[in-house]
Design a protein around this ligand. Structure first.
Ligand SMILES: [Zn+2]
Length: 404
């Protein structure tokens, strides 16, 4: 609770939603913490399947022919390569959207299974106990929010986020369904739980009834922040950081806003305290929104207000830009900053993530780990996909032209 609210104070960037003149602030990097379910403190697991080649070493002049080179400790991945260090694997659970007054059944809330490799000795009962323990505290958690904000909410529990809603329950339920659709999609495509590490007691999404409550929320949550930051936040229709997303009812469907926000929360969660590149965070959020809603109505800004005009169909826009040779080059995208971006940049980020996920979602997750662990985007991508960026970019440019 406390850490979540603190992080909301760091409003480093914002999501502008196309359909109105408001946007969502986004926490940046250094306050993200590593407190989610995927703490990187698990014991290293030996795995030889994906190691870097040891550096070439000049042969030493000692002539001890045919003697075996002295065994040198090799760089082992510091995590299990099957689950990418999360300790869990997808279990394809039935969609879970718990509404108030329904019985809380811990078994329904279990979002994954233990990794069959590094978690082989773990008892499945632990997962049940974790959920039972979490659910036993969930009422306290939302009551704390109500008290702090002076507002009433209906809590809706899902596998990966809690929704606190001031909207009619069917609307909150529809948002819950969309979030479940997103996380199921990501686990299916990536075959790991790395990008769905959000949990309901850690990632919380507020659906507010109106702009007045949104303003009130910002006043409470940003107390003490610089005036320009607060003013920027109030121009948004939602603000988001790695732990909390807040949005209010407006013409942009809540499903789009919530899916976009949860995607952002989840990729930030996957990076922990590491800095996530902007192209990847933005492209991933847009990819996820489209994967669930088949639309793109949201985008993020940082630091400065930036109204961008988009077409109705980003896929058609990608195809046209590709045919016209107008998509941005990847080496420019890898280093872009979120300030003052134009539609062409947003759409390029979106199409890059879409292409990489389509090509191989498991390798996409591996690329995320590579970047998180310190590689630049190009090297991380080449290592994960086993192809040069030039080759990947050529395939992407051709693929973009096929989008509709
Ligand atoms: Zn594992």
């Amino acid at each position: 609770m406390v850490s979540s609210t603190n992080r909301l104070f760091c409003l480093l960037c914002a999501c502008f939603l196309v359909s109105s003149l408001s946007y969502a602030a986004e926490s940046g990097d250094d306050e993200r913490g590593n407190s989610g379910p995927f703490k990187r403190d698990s014991k290293p697991v030996k795995d030889d399947s994906d190691e870097e080649l040891p550096p070439l070493k000049a042969p030493e002049k000692k002539a001890e022919p045919a003697s075996k080179p002295e065994a040198k400790p090799e760089a082992k991945p510091a995590f299990c390569t099957q689950c990418l260090g999360t300790g869990f694997l997808p279990s394809a659970p039935k969609a879970y959207v718990h509404l108030p007054n329904e019985p809380l059944i811990a078994a329904n809330a279990i979002p994954w299974k233990h990794c069959s490799k590094c978690g082989a000795s773990r008892d499945a009962k632990e997962l049940l106990e974790t959920e039972a323990n979490r659910l036993s505290k969930s009422t306290d958690q939302y009551k704390n929010w109500e008290q702090r904000l002076g507002m009433k909410f209906l809590p809706v529990d899902t596998h990966h986020a809690t929704i606190y809603s001031q909207l009619p329950l069917p609307q909150a339920k529809a948002v819950g369904d969309a979030l479940e659709q997103l996380t199921a999609h990501l686990q299916t495509v990536t075959k790991v739980t790395l990008l769905t590490g959000a949990r309901p007691d850690s990632q919380e999404i507020f659906l507010l009834s109106d702009n007045g409550n949104f303003t009130k929320f910002i006043d409470v949550m940003t107390a003490g922040r610089p005036a320009e930051e607060i003013a920027l936040a109030k121009k948004c229709t939602s603000i988001t950081n790695a732990k909390v997303a807040v949005m209010f009812f407006n013409p942009t469907p809540n499903e789009d806003k919530a899916v976009f926000a949860l995607a952002k929360m989840m990729i930030l969660e996957a990076f922990g305290t590491a800095r996530a590149p902007d192209w990847l965070v933005e492209g991933f959020s847009s990819y996820c929104e489209n994967a669930v809603t088949k639309k793109n109505l949201c985008y993020s800004i940082q630091y400065e207000f930036n109204q961008v005009k988009f077409g109705q169909n980003w896929n058609a826009d990608v195809a046209k830009l590709a045919r016209d040779g107008q998509l941005r080059k990847w080496d420019e995208i890898f280093v872009l900053s979120m300030i003052g971006l134009k539609a062409r940049e947003y759409i390029t980020c979106y199409s890059m993530v879409g292409f990489l996920m389509k090509l191989d979602g498991a390798k996409f997750a591996r690329m995320v780990v590579n970047i998180r662990d310190g590689m630049d985007s190009q090297k991380a991508m080449e290592k994960a996909y086993g192809r040069s960026v030039g080759e990947l970019q050529g395939l992407w440019a051709a693929w973009c032209q096929t989008l509709k």
